[in-house]
Design a protein around this ligand. Structure first.
Ligand SMILES: [Zn+2]
Length: 354
């Protein structure tokens, strides 16, 4: 099968990415399905994988990307939820469905949790084999979802939903600060917050992106390159701060995030794109009754809920740009430079229709 693979890590991702033929994804075993991928979408995680994550790392050649959508090509025994020919979304978080966390319904806390494109072969290939629990039929919406939109949906929507709804429990009337509005999780968190009736303060280093954020419902926008965010947030909130901060930047924004929080505020982090080592003054945490929460991906119930919302016409993915498979390296570059607003997608199948 045709695939985009990494043959090493470190340096410029484009230097290690190759479009080549590799062995087909294995035939589906009991409880598995094999999907003919139409499009794959990139996430910041894919940049981390390309630069080399600590730990054992992937075996090379490694098929890249976690997000994807396509058509069920074949199914293993016992699979009843989908049939060959079904158009499906892929949930890239693979759980074992047997550990105590899975049995409690917390699949993204699974002790053997793995992600397509990180620990397992990814979606930027003509075929992917995965558990049947990780595919779901594309909901019918008008206009019909494009393959690019379908591929762009799962990782960021699931991640943002768990952060904003399950973890932060953001309520109508509260105010949330969302950093870096061009990124997929941030953009989706903004839209979920508006669905909940909350007020959103969005930041970016790009005034163009801030203008888009306004169109998507952001109540206030701040340029974090030219403005001191904590001062502006205080000014916008009668000096009280925001109830919730949605973080995925890490080192570069952590201190400011805490300075933006209202007393009793909640901070949820799902990433550290600027670096993982943040300073924390514990006196501020206990004195102000802060709650700091981690979050990664989401469970099966949350995934079903975001797919249901998609079917109702909400949370339709925002696609930044679509690249042909041969230009996957350029897709990585666009993401690495942070130029995107929404998802960067790569078409995989030759008969791709955007
Ligand atoms: Zn488990």
């Amino acid at each position: 099968m045709r695939a985009c693979v990494l043959t090493g890590t470190g340096g410029n991702p484009a230097d290690n990415l190759h479009i080549t033929d590799v062995a087909d994804a294995p035939s589906p075993q009991a409880g598995e399905v094999r999907v003919a991928i139409k499009a794959a979408a990139l996430n910041h995680l894919d940049l981390f994988v390309a630069s080399g994550l600590p730990g054992s790392g992937p075996r090379f050649p490694h098929v890249v990307a976690g997000d994807g959508a396509g058509i069920v090509e074949s199914i293993g025994s016992g699979v009843t939820a989908v049939r060959p020919g079904d158009r499906v979304l892929l949930n890239p978080g693979i759980s074992d469905y047997t550990c105590e966390f899975c049995l409690a319904g917390e699949h993204s806390l699974c002790v053997s949790y793995r992600l397509l494109g990180e620990h397992l072969p990814g979606t930027m290939a003509e075929l992917v084999t995965l558990p049947a629990q990780n595919v779901t039929r594309m909901p019918a919406v008008t206009p019909e979802l494009t393959w690019a939109e379908a591929a762009a949906f799962s990782l960021v929507t699931l991640t943002a939903w768990r952060m904003v709804v399950t973890r932060a429990r953001l309520k109508a009337g509260e105010t949330v600060l969302v950093w870096g509005i061009g990124g997929g999780v941030s953009l989706t968190a903004l839209r979920i917050a508006k669905l909940l009736g909350a007020k959103v303060i969005a930041t970016s280093s790009s005034d163009d992106k801030l203008a888009h954020a306004k169109q998507l419902g952001a109540d206030f926008t701040l340029n974090h390159r030219t403005q001191k965010i904590s001062q502006e947030v205080r000014a916008l909130t009668q000096r009280r701060g925001v109830e919730v901060v949605i973080e995925n930047v890490g080192e570069a924004t952590w201190d400011e995030s805490l300075r933006c929080l209202k007393r009793g505020g909640r901070l949820v982090t799902c990433g550290a794109t600027s670096g993982p080592q943040a300073h924390l003054d514990l006196r501020r945490v206990f004195w102000h009754h802060f709650t700091i929460m981690g979050s990664t991906m989401g469970n099966a119930r949350e995934y079903a809920e975001v797919v249901r919302r998609l079917g109702e016409g909400q949370l339709r993915p925002i696609v930044d740009r679509v690249y042909p498979l041969a230009e996957a390296g350029q897709a990585y570059e666009r993401l690495a430079k942070g130029e995107q607003l929404g998802k960067v997608v790569v078409e995989v199948a030759p008969q791709f229709t955007p």
